[in-house]
Design a protein around this ligand. Structure first.
Ligand SMILES: OC[C@H]1O[C@H](O[C@H]2[C@H](O)[C@@H](O)[C@@H](O[C@H]3[C@H](O)[C@@H](O)[C@@H](O)O[C@@H]3CO)O[C@@H]2CO)[C@H](O)[C@@H](O)[C@@H]1O
Length: 678
């Protein structure tokens, strides 16, 4: 086997095995160096069909990443299949799910990142088959592997996102509370719902339309009975300050009287014989754009731009693993009259094995590049926003591959409302975050309706979902057709007030949350962080999966067990400020005092939407040109921040606001140009 190594002089190495032809060609600028696999603790072997990559697994090594995986965040002792599937309804330990990213970070004294740039069905075994090895089975002979130096987890993620792309920055409204359901209609009923939400004190920033808004599930069409006047509908939404996001699947109805189908001819996925592949999805017989081709992406870009031009604000890409129902329908048809139950058929909701794509003119089998399909779809959609002249871009995607962070927000698909899922959802969003995908979220209230024994439709659980997601970058309720109404106006008043508190608190923390999103966009740091990201040397943090950091400064410990109001919280070493009591606490195990346990880390600055600027610590802070700096903390603002008052906890001699000495807690009410604490 031919092995060549290149480095870029910035701590990233590319290892080429034979002559790689990856589905996604990340542009790496490197120079050949005289190193080989063993210099990276890697070894390789092969048999007839596969290449096997191996790395020793240390006794105390932590392995994190791999995208959306339903296991503990430290991925040891499990074998992972990297194969995007339509996974719902899913439960913990089910593998694979929708998003597979073959990138992991090993932490053993220092952090090192590994990325196998292959969108094929890799099997990544982390000390399961062999106690002391990580083994990766690759179904092709030519492959490229990247290694990213640390020494911190943060350094690794910076390098990984230098290569695969920094997270995109959604507009601020996309961090508000958004509502969705399968499906809202007709148009007047949606306006009525929004008015009722407002009347009851719930601020909604956007509404999603699911598949039933279309005419016969034809992309880029309206169902005329349900939406007789889309223009007026969009105007009514915008008048209320509410944005509109519509679903756009990848299934184009095969229909000779349908313009989209006709204009896309020549750009769809084909079989290995070169015929159009006709599959089955919501519209019935469907064809699928071959997003691997540039000409297809250009065509799609135009379709998206024209769809957006009506005033639509965001696009929701669903089913894009990509899913096709042909095989599943065949299997179900065979078994339908027999007294047997089919085994789990999720794995068959994929394209058949004879489907191919054209990559740079070369015909490649779907299985070898499958996981990159949603990435190219999101990329083309993103280009559609640009084509439409939009600066504000919001794309929601269910599936993805490495790099998806630059084009879309990911949500965790069809979750099931139960207490076990609540815990799992936090593991999923943190697993995605640590794999480069910063903009993440869940269906708050969980998607599944009433079809499963596990389903719990209690107001308590729904409230806990809202609380769990308090700081998630994407914050949306969504539900299946047969599920309860999850908009908070339907809750009994005790829970309704609790949910209102969560939503209002989210809007209050929005300046901080958005500043962290900007940091993520600029540097590739995740918005949500497992504790070990910030406290890499604290061994306790690797098993704490029911708390999360929001940026560097906020630790949040949601209550996720039934019947509880308070909980045990682990605060890593250092000083913390309880947001509610303003008490300063030393790190260690503590009991929370209420059910929204929020702690602010020492030497932090937290801007809030009511104009409060919380400063905690012995920090010397300086605010200049929309950047706040204190010791190692830095907060950027894209917009001016109007300060009402400073809430300062810690020692200081003087507070200067715009050059004038001020007292803590005194009303200031001006735009901050400079704050100095001495
Ligand atoms: O646009 C409508 C929704 O589409 C997605 O969810 C669907 C999912 O992708 C489908 O595979 C299917 O799932 C059902 C499955 O086929 C069936 O065997 C049974 O296990 O129940 C599953 C329900 O989860 O239908 C889903 C829609 O019901 C998407 O994820 C949703 O957000 C969209 O609302």
């Amino acid at each position: 086997m031919k092995v060549e190594v290149e480095e870029n002089g910035k701590g990233t190495y590319k290892i080429k095995i034979n002559d790689p032809f990856p589905a996604v060609d990340f542009q790496f600028q490197g120079k050949p160096i005289n190193k080989t696999l063993s210099d990276f603790s890697l070894s390789i072997s092969e048999d007839f069909h596969f290449v096997y990559l191996e790395k020793p697994l240390g006794l105390k090594e932590h392995v994190v990443g791999l995208g959306e995986k339903a296991t503990e965040l430290d991925r040891r002792r499990f074998r992972y299949t990297m194969y995007n599937i339509d996974a719902g309804p899913y439960f913990r330990f089910q593998d694979p799910l929708y998003v597979n990213i073959p990138f992991f970070i090993s932490i053993e004294n220092k952090a090192t990142g590994y990325f196998i740039n292959s969108a094929s069905k890799l099997i990544i075994d982390v000390g399961f088959e062999d106690y002391s090895k990580i083994k990766i089975k690759i179904p092709h002979k030519d492959v490229e592997i990247y290694v990213f130096e640390g020494p911190t987890i943060e350094n690794v993620l910076e390098r990984f996102t230098d290569l695969t792309g920094k997270p995109y920055l959604p507009p601020e409204w996309a961090f508000g509370y958004m509502i969705s359901r399968y499906s809202y209609y007709p148009q007047d009923r949606i306006i009525e719902l929004l008015d009722e939400m407002k009347k009851q004190g719930f601020k909604v920033s956007a509404v999603f339309l699911d598949i039933d808004f279309m005419d016969s599930f034809k992309l880029f069409t309206w169902n005329k009975e349900r939406f007789p006047d889309p223009k007026k509908f969009i105007e009514e939404l915008h008048k209320r300050g509410v944005k509109l996001i519509t679903i756009v699947d990848h299934s184009v109805r095969a229909d000779q009287n349908y313009e989209t189908f006709l204009s896309g001819l020549g750009k769809y996925c084909e079989t290995d014989k070169g015929d159009i592949f006709v599959g089955k999805l919501w519209p019935g017989s469907s064809v699928y754009p071959d997003f691997f081709r540039e000409e297809t992406r250009n065509w799609w870009k135009e379709k998206i731009a024209s769809w957006l031009s009506q005033g639509i604000d965001g696009i929701w890409l669903d089913m894009n693993e990509p899913t096709d129902f042909t095989k599943v329908l065949e299997i179900r048809d065979i078994f339908k009259d027999l007294p047997v139950q089919t085994k789990d058929d999720r794995i068959y909701r994929a394209f058949p094995s004879n489907v191919t794509h054209l990559i740079k003119g070369k015909r490649v089998h779907h299985e070898l590049v499958r996981n990159a399909y949603p990435l190219y779809e999101a990329m083309a959609t993103y280009q559609g926003f640009k084509e439409a002249g939009r600066d504000e871009i919001f794309i929601l995607s269910r599936s993805g591959y490495a790099g998806i962070q630059s084009y879309a927000t990911i949500w965790t698909g069809d979750n099931t409302p139960c207490w076990e899922d609540l815990k799992l959802q936090l593991q999923l969003v943190l697993g995605l975050s640590i794999s480069g995908v910063s903009n993440v979220g869940i269906d708050i209230g969980a998607f599944q309706g009433r079809g499963l024994r596990e389903i719990d439709n209690s107001p308590e659980l729904l409230t806990r979902y809202f609380q769990l997601a308090l700081f998630f970058p994407f914050f949306r309720t969504h539900k299946a057709t047969d599920g309860i109404d999850t908009e908070p106006i339907y809750l009994p008043d005790y829970y309704k007030e609790k949910v209102k508190e969560v939503i209002n608190l989210r809007y209050k923390f929005l300046p901080y949350l958005y500043a962290v999103a900007e940091e993520s966009h600029e540097l590739g740091h995740p918005i949500l962080r497992p504790l070990f990201y910030e406290f890499q040397n604290d061994e306790n943090t690797y098993r704490i999966e029911d708390e999360y950091m929001v940026g560097k400064s906020i630790l949040y410990a949601p209550v996720i067990s039934p019947g509880q109001e308070k909980r045990k919280v682990y605060l890593p070493k250092g000083k913390w400020l309880d947001y509610w009591s303003k008490e300063v606490i030393e790190g260690g195990w503590i009991d929370s005092v209420n059910d929204l346990p929020i702690y602010i880390r020492e030497n932090s600055i937290i801007p809030l939407s009511n104009g409060d600027l919380i400063v905690f610590g012995e920090a010397k802070i300086k605010y200049k040109g929309n950047i706040i700096e204190s010791n190692d903390r830095k907060i950027n603002f894209s917009k001016p921040f109007y300060i009402r008052q400073l809430i300062y906890v810690g020692e200081y001699e003087k507070i200067l606001v715009n050059g004038k000495e001020e007292k803590e807690g005194i009303e200031i009410n001006e735009e901050v140009k400079e704050v100095e604490i001495q």
